[in-house]
Design a binder for this molecule. Sequence first.
Ligand code: FA5
Length: 342
Amino acid sequence: MKGKIESLRQAFEAELGQTATSEAVEKLRVAYLGKKGSVTELLKGLKGAGADQKKELGQHINQLKRQVEERLAQQVETIKAAEIQREIDAAEVYDVTLPTGGESGSYHPITIVQRQLEEIFASMGFIVEDFKEIVTDYECFEAVNIPKDHPARDMQDTYYLENGQLLKTHTSAAQNAILRKYGAPVRAIFPGRCFRNEATDASHENTFFQMEGIMVDKNISISNLIYFMKTMLSQVFERDVKVRLRPGFFPFVEPGFELDISCLICGGEGCSTCHHSGWVELCPCGMIHPNVLKAGGVDPEEYTGFAFGLGLTRLVMMKYGVKDIRDLNSGNLKALSQFRHE
Ligand code: FA5
């Protein structure tokens, strides 16, 4: 019997050495340890043996059983490791630090124009500030002279949060923080994403970008405002564009203006982008209201300033001839990848 146990051990080792897959190992387990397996049969064969023999041979057979179990488990691990190694060897090896050979990504046209504007204004002594998108009612409205229940609030259909804060409806929401941070004199621009609960059309989105600018100093006048607006537009468009200034009401400026640009999609003829008027509202502006300066800790007796709220998304539409504002938020790579080389 002992000889049989030993030869079974040797046969098992030989067969185990031939297994190359988990399935083959499982087959071997059944052949040795299954209900009718060789080791199980050996144990069954002990039934007729005497008590002493049973004890001694039983120990040997159980030792063989444990050994078979352990060796099977080891073999499964070895096969798994070999499979992983094969997959690694077969995988395409590439160096992630190398430049891509094919198509590369590109900046969004809004980012491209925003950076151009930042450079233009930085060259004229303006600092560039960032601001949050979730703001307080005070920052967005009260600090810019729009108290609670003021009808001007209706012009900006606002997304309120449950905690009373809101999604910034205009970049003017940063004016107060910037005046408080820098005091006067100051020249700053602050681009940002704005949100309004608007029905969308070719020139309106519920999520769009503005770029606000303020300049506060002694003796700042409308002439300074017009100079900076003209310089900015001629540099962005790199050509003469027709603009018009008309009175506009915003509680945070006095006087206030609407600066419109002749629609560059239709050449001023009228189209869906300009609502068939030939003009696109681009950059409302005006002289900062004394209440806004006061709220920002600046003495309006000593300082004056101008502010503008450029519709950055619309400026991008005009610059690149994008007829529908919704294309800019669409994630449409065919449309957006045209700006790859800008
Ligand atoms: C304002 O938001 C004022 N805060 C601008 C301002 C700043 C005036 C400083 C005076 C002084 P208005 O709501 O008109 O104003 O928006 C300014 C510009 O943002 C518009 O001329 C337009 O170009 C752009 N804009 C407004 N609403 C949308 C919209 N739904 N989709 C795309 N662009 C928009």
